[in-house]
Design a protein. Structure first.
Length: 363
């Protein structure tokens, strides 16, 4: 099996205990190496506390946005104290109360389980709404149904624009960039000097990364390009990558990307001569072959069970989201019905008053 190149953006992510992308690939027996395509820098927002304190909703679409939020809250809450550095690596949630100064009842919406976990780890509180479809577009559509009041969207300096598109009719959406994705200098000389024939694919984890390694995608013009989601695929196509080369993950997460790569790797044809030699070698050791297949079946059963559990969890999460959206719609309709009923009662009372007035005038 060949090797995969994946894009990587360096960041100061706080307390992210989830497996790295390289670890996820290695777990599937896939060899990989990374190319650093960017570096996250946090933005110090002027009058940050003033801009967010009267918000009814805070919205995050990435772990980097959570980190940028904490970075700015640290500036406010710690007020220069030297022992507050733990705030960005999750050492002391108790000493870093990011909810201080917020209005009661403020709610938080996020994209995906990774962002939800980052919020819990870094800030110590739970998201009120999670969009498990892992796109800003879907989160924006959901917020249009359930949110009210001022919404503060904590985001990158440059976004895909999908959430803003979904909420273009919403009148009180405030967008606050809290981080930027800066490109890094990379000359790619090692890819000029080495034989790249063993590269089976290029894995792109963001749209900006796809644009920045266009030179490598063009150089390795016979390998597939794996995209983490629709926004990333759109950027790749805009950069001139033909759609036939792009394999988009069904689930727009690292796990989804790994699944897409693994499925294609399983489909890759093998060398017939190599298979023949392997068969001859195993025929000489039948007990070892039986033992190997027994172990393989045991692992397959375990992996199948884990996959079924994960899929059931995803389905349950999506059903919860749908139930929450339906509940919000019903509440909105109930509120409208109550308002209509009150208006009818007012009109009935007015009609009764006018009738009495007419009766008095007719006497």
């Amino acid at each position: 099996m060949g090797k995969y190149i994946y894009t990587y953006i360096e960041n100061g992510q706080m307390c992210d205990k989830s497996p790295s992308f390289a670890e996820l690939l290695a777990k599937e027996g896939l060899s990989c190496e990374k190319i650093v395509t960017g570096r996250i820098e946090y933005i110090k927002v002027k009058d940050f506390e003033t801009q967010i304190k009267d918000a009814q909703w805070l919205v995050f679409t990435s772990k980097n946005a959570v980190a940028g939020f904490v970075y700015n809250m640290r500036e406010i809450v710690c007020a220069g104290e030297l022992d507050c550095d733990g705030a960005l690596n999750g050492d002391s949630v108790e000493a870093f109360d990011v909810r201080s100064g917020f209005s009661d009842g403020i709610k938080i919406a996020v994209v995906g389980s990774k962002t939800k976990e980052a919020l819990r780890t870094a800030c110590g509180f739970e998201a009120d709404f999670v969009s498990y479809k892992s796109t800003g577009l879907e989160l924006g559509r959901s917020l249009m149904n359930i949110a009210a009041g001022k919404i503060v969207y904590l985001c990158a300096e440059v976004t895909s624009g999908s959430l803003e598109t979904a909420m273009k009719e919403y009148e009180n959406l405030i967008k606050i960039p809290v981080y930027r994705n800066e490109p890094v200098d990379y000359d790619g000389m090692e890819y000029d000097s080495r034989n790249c024939g063993d590269i089976d694919g290029i894995i792109v984890t963001s749209g900006s990364s796809g644009e920045r390694i266009k030179w490598l995608i063009d150089r390795l013009d016979d390998v597939l390009v794996y995209s983490i989601g629709p926004a990333c695929s759109k950027k790749l196509k805009e950069a001139g990558i033909v759609k036939e080369r792009i394999v988009e993950a069904e689930k727009h997460t690292y796990d989804g990307l790994v699944e897409a790569v693994r499925c294609r790797a399983d489909e890759k044809p093998v060398n017939d001569e190599s298979v023949r030699l392997d068969i001859n070698e195993y025929l000489e050791r039948p007990k070892e072959v039986l033992s190997m297949f027994s172990e393989a079946l045991r692992i397959l059963d375990r992996n199948t069970a884990e996959l079924m559990v994960d899929r059931m969890k995803d389905e349950i999460d999506e059903l919860k989201v749908q139930a929450e959206e339906n509940r919000a719609r019903l509440e909105e309709k109930d509120s409208q019905l109550e308002e209509n009923r009150a208006q009818l009662e007012e009109k009935d009372a007015e009609i009764a008053r006018l009738k009495k007035l007419l009766e008095k005038q007719n006497k």
